[in-house]
Design a protein. Structure first.
Length: 83
C-alpha cells in the first residue's frame, strides 16, 4: 500500500525515545527571526542555528531525564529563537 509506505524511507533511527517523538510533534508559534509567523516543532527549533550545540545537548539531556518539563523547554527555546 503506497499510502503506508510514504515517509518510511529509513532515514530515522529505528528506536526513537518517546520524549524525542514529543519534541518532534509539539509545535509553537514563533513571532520573531527567520521563523516569524510559522509554527515550528520544538525538535526543529532545537536543531536550528540559533541554538548552540552545547545548549541543545544540555536541554535534550535535562528534558530526557525528566528534569525539565515540556513547557520549560518551550519557554527556553522560544526565548532563544526570538532574541
Amino acid at each position: 500500500d503506497p499510502a503506508t509506505a510514504a515517509g518510511q524511507e529509513g532515514d530515522e533511527p529505528p528506536k526513537e525515545e518517546p520524549w524525542e517523538t514529543t519534541l518532534k510533534t509539539t509545535t509553537i508559534d514563533i513571532e520573531a527571526g527567520e521563523f516569524r509567523g510559522h509554527r515550528v516543532s520544538l525538535w526543529d527549533l532545537l536543531h536550528c542555528r540559533y541554538i548552540p550545540e552545547e545548549n541543545r545537548k544540555e536541554l535534550l539531556e535535562l528534558y530526557g531525564a525528566g528534569e525539565l518539563t515540556l513547557e520549560q523547554v518551550k519557554t527556553v527555546v522560544s526565548t532563544i529563537v526570538s532574541r
